[in-house]
Design a protein around this ligand. Structure first.
Ligand code: SF4
Ligand code: SF4
Length: 464
């Protein structure tokens, strides 16, 4: 069941996405409404707008530090409890929109990949159009223990996910849509199939398909999907678009796209799971910026002295010690409470479990030793940079060794050093993800002019 959270205040960071921060467009003391843009990209910058999820008054604009290491400005808003929507928010009566219109809506709605990386969705669409893909993949493979927010979104809003997938396919110029699902997610599969039948009159010419994955963790990471679906082992600079001719969107992101089209709502709230080992398990719809402490209060989440709050899911999330000042952001799919068990470290017993369970074929025990000994070049040669921070190696290690934090931090430092080598108006490359350069300028590209006439193939539309 989806529970709604109405916080008394929100803290909205200007940096919730891959790229550079948005710039506040409101001032302290100003009244704001739901859906109002409160932060906008600087012209020419690789950024996305940020919106308020509540109505109220701006009480502060200050620096915040997020658990993922991001430091940026944030807008603090005190709720007026009136839930007043911005005048620009209204349902769309005509969904027969062109591809470029759809892209404009996605861009202005501040939509980013909600499955983790926060890549601006408009950049992904542009990259797919430029590369020339043959299919759209909808990632419904939420596989981390205790996290169910994507499943709830599918059960609750399958029609929106199907329509959003069609719109994204229309925007990138393909007709083939594949839903990636866990083979055990039978009720979500039925929900999507039913939605396909129910919405069939709204579009024509699209084919839907399911790709079934085993129910294991991790499953939905794009490199693993590339290998499972296409047999492609992506190199550091490969993207799914150029290597597999496919573009993948998380199902919550797809929902957000159609929410923006049909209801005119920007990305200002999200579904997330509030969960823990004590049986706490809630799927909530909360305004982005809701402080973690308010979220826990809303579901009566008790925080015992021997508990730790994880900002994210239990295996890949990050610890936060300041729940009053840590907000949820566009990419937060869960808040997890875990017990602080006394963990003792023992020497490696060479059981090989970490190697068997690493989805990236790294040898975590060896790589950790190399990093600890300062043998960084050798650690890189052993593939440390490929680490996706999935947590599987630490989880299975019987010696309680801190494998994931050691390797993941090393990998992140290496990737960040590549990022800082580029200015924001040039190509941004983090090794594994290459994004469009200067996506603001995409409207000047020849292919956009050519496809300006394309109408998304909803009822009454035509597909060229
Ligand atoms: S966290 Fe461990 S198991 Fe996961 S990719 Fe990194 S090294 Fe492999
Ligand atoms: S799982 Fe732990 S004990 Fe086993 S080989 Fe890996 S590092 Fe060593």
């Amino acid at each position: 069941m989806l529970e709604k959270v109405y916080p008394t205040r929100i803290i909205v960071p200007m940096m919730q996405h891959y790229g550079v921060p948005a710039v506040p467009t409101v001032e302290v003391g100003e009244k704001v409404t739901i859906g109002q843009c409160i932060g906008a990209p600087e012209p020419g910058s690789f950024s996305v707008p940020v919106h308020s999820g509540i109505s109220g008054t701006v009480t502060d604009i200050r620096d915040v530090s997020l658990p993922n290491g991001v430091k940026c400005r944030a807008i603090c808003i005190e709720s007026d409890r009136k839930r007043t929507y911005h005048q620009s928010i209204s349902p769309r009566s005509n969904i027969h929109i062109s591809a470029s219109e759809f892209m404009g809506i996605v861009k202005n709605a501040g939509i980013v990949g909600m499955g983790g990386e926060g890549i601006p969705t408009i950049a992904k669409i542009n990259r797919a159009r430029e590369t020339g893909v043959t299919e759209v993949l909808v990632n419904c493979l939420q596989s981390e223990p205790y996290s169910y927010s994507d499943f709830l979104r599918i059960s609750d809003s399958a029609d929106y996910i199907v329509m959003g997938a069609v719109a994204l396919a229309g925007a990138v110029g393909v007709t083939r849509i594949r839903f990636l699902v866990s083979e055990s997610a039978s009720s979500e599969i039925v929900a999507l199939q039913t939605a396909m039948q129910r919405t069939a009159g709204e579009y024509s010419g699209y084919s839907f398909d399911f790709a079934y994955f085993k129910n294991r963790f991790p499953q939905g990471y794009y490199r693993l999907v590339a290998r499972a679906l296409y047999g492609e082992i992506l190199g550091e600079n490969d993207t799914m678009e150029n290597a597999c001719h496919a573009v993948m969107f998380n199902c919550s992101t797809v929902f957000a796209c159609w929410n923006a089209v049909a209801d005119g709502l920007p990305l200002m709230s999200r579904v997330l799971t509030v969960t823990g080992e004590d049986g706490l398990g809630h799927n909530v719809l909360a305004p982005i910026g809701t402080p973690v402490s308010e979220l826990l209060d809303s579901v009566n989440g008790k925080l015992e002295t021997n508990n730790t709050i994880v900002w994210g899911s239990c295996l890949t999330g990050l610890v936060t010690n300041d729940p009053d000042n840590t907000p949820i952001i566009k990419t937060t799919s869960a808040i997890t409470i875990v017990r602080d068990d006394d963990v003792h470290e023992y020497p490696c017993i060479h059981c090989g479990s970490c190697i068997e369970n690493c989805p990236m074929e790294i040898e975590p025990g060896i790589v950790t030793t190399l990093i600890k000994q300062g043998r960084y070049d050798e650690a890189e040669q052993e593939g440390a940079r490929k680490c996706i921070s999935c947590g599987a190696c630490s989880y299975v290690c019987p010696s309680g060794l801190p494998l994931t934090p050691t390797i993941a931090m090393f990998a992140a430092q290496k990737r960040n050093s590549v990022v800082s080598a580029y200015s924001t108006t040039e190509k941004i490359d983090i090794g594994s993800v290459t994004l469009m350069e200067a996506y603001e300028d995409v409207s000047s590209k020849e292919y956009v002019k050519k496809e300006e006439k394309v109408v998304l193939p909803f009822e009454g539309g035509k597909f060229i």
